[in-house]
Design a protein around this ligand. Structure first.
Ligand code: NAD
Ligand code: IPM
Ligand code: MN
Length: 364
């Protein structure tokens, strides 16, 4: 296997968690004789400092031709005064849109060893294994018109939630397909009692359900679902939601797992190419201290190997290694542990090798 991966470390803890994840990737690829070239580019604040823009052309061009892209996080206090297209976050949003990665898959699994480390009771979180499919290239993040007009008390700020039926259908298909491969239950989230876009969302998803008779579809309003997510998370299988609802619900879901630093994501479009990133941000207060949790980024690399590089075996080796390391208390400070970012990566790499060795030993 040969693959080109573009790496965008970004800002804050981004470079630290990305380096940790790349060392795990390098270890499993060496062991499996898989050739992955790594091409590092700037995005976010560091790109603003260097090129005056959060998404330089050369970064975007490199991403377009890559098999997969791994991103750390963007943003931080040094760039918070910037507005509009100059913001770090705007660079990331533009990248998602340009690559047309409309389906952001965010799995949330509660590790049994961490069930008592969350702010919820273990009997509530135990057994949770759900996936949020977040629409990523539409809705309030991109809708027109948007902007500010007028001054003083007459000043008006406007964002627009805009969705076409086609945009809803394509992300819903990803969610239905995922539900088919799991427990066959899909919850579609909306605010159809108030929002017109949600009414279209519900109609389109409902109409699609006839094509997936093996999936049980239910609809829930986002406000009451936000409560269900922390009341009975283990009853939830696959969730599909528009961009903003999905963003908020997935940070809420991170509480179930024990730390925002644990959750990976894959942003997928019509091709095998994908953009992989932990769901957390640049965590400025942790930056430069070597203590950020790299599990979310390491698990994002596993998703990259599975979806874009078709190496289920290597993905599984990494995921199994993460499971073992968490069980063995290899934990960063956010989970009450003492391990540093690099120590976690070393432990996962060691364990992944053991896993690969055991498997090849079993088959030869
Ligand atoms: P954040 O996700 O950076 O941090 C939220 C909380 O989680 C903080 O307490 C932080 O310390 C903790 N945390 C986050 N990642 C962690 C990790 N790997 N290990 C341990 N603890 C971790 O969110 P924020 O503070 O709201 O945002 C900071 C900056 O990041 C902002 O500029 C924001 O726009 C940006 N951001 C970027 C992305 C992205 O690039 N995908 C995502 C979210 C936020
Ligand atoms: C995320 C982040 C981003 C989003 C920001 C940084 C633009 O919160 O990836 O969840 O809102 O999509
Ligand atoms: Mn978010």
């Amino acid at each position: 296997m040969k693959a080109d991966v573009v790496v965008l470390p970004g800002d804050g803890v981004g470079p630290e968690v990305v380096n940790a994840a790349l060392s795990v990737l390098a270890t499993v690829c060496d062991a499996a004789d898989a050739q992955v070239s790594i091409d590092v580019h700037l995005i976010g604040g560091r790109a603003i400092d260097e090129f005056g823009t959060p998404l330089p052309d050369e970064t975007l061009e490199a991403c377009r031709t890559a098999d997969a892209i791994l991103l750390g996080a963007v943003g931080g206090p040094a760039w918070d005064h910037l507005r509009g297209e100059q913001r770090c976050e705007a660079g990331l949003l533009r990248l998602r849109r340009e690559l047309d990665v409309y389906a952001n898959v965010r799995p949330v699994k509660v590790h049994p060893h961490l069930a008592d480390r969350t702010s919820l009771r273990p009997e509530i979180t135990r057994g949770t294994d759900l996936v949020i499919v977040r629409e990523l290239t539409g809705g309030a993040y991109f809708g027109q018109p948007r902007g500010r007009t007028g001054t003083g008390p007459d000043e008006i700020a406007r964002d627009s939630i805009v969705y076409s039926a086609a945009e809803i259908e394509r992300v819903a298909r990803v969610a239905f397909g995922l539900a088919q491969s799991r427990r066959g239950e899909l919850i579609s989230i909306d605010k159809a009692n108030v929002l017109i876009t949600s009414q279209l969302w519900r109609e389109v998803v409902t109409a699609l359900a006839v094509e997936y008779p093996d999936v049980t579809l239910t609809h829930e309003l986002v406000d009451s679902f936000a409560m269900r997510l922390v009341r009975e998370p283990a009853t939830i299988d696959v969730v599909v939601a528009e961009n903003l609802f999905g963003d908020i619900l997935s940070d809420e879901a991170a509480v179930l797992s024990g730390s925002l630093g644990l959750l990976p994501s894959a942003s997928l479009g019509a091709t095998d190419q994908g953009l992989y990133e932990p769901i957390h941000g640049s965590a400025p207060r942790l930056a430069g201290r070597g203590i950020a949790n790299p599990y979310g980024t390491i698990l994002s690399v596993a998703m990259l190997l599975r979806h874009s590089l078709h190496r289920d075996d290597l993905a599984l080796a990494i995921e199994s290694a993460v499971d073992v390391c968490i069980t063995e208390d290899v934990l960063t400070a956010d989970l009450g542990g003492t391990a540093g970012t690099d120590a976690v990566a070393d432990a996962v790499a060691r364990e992944a090798l053991r896993h690969l060795g055991a498997r090849s030993g079993a088959t030869t």
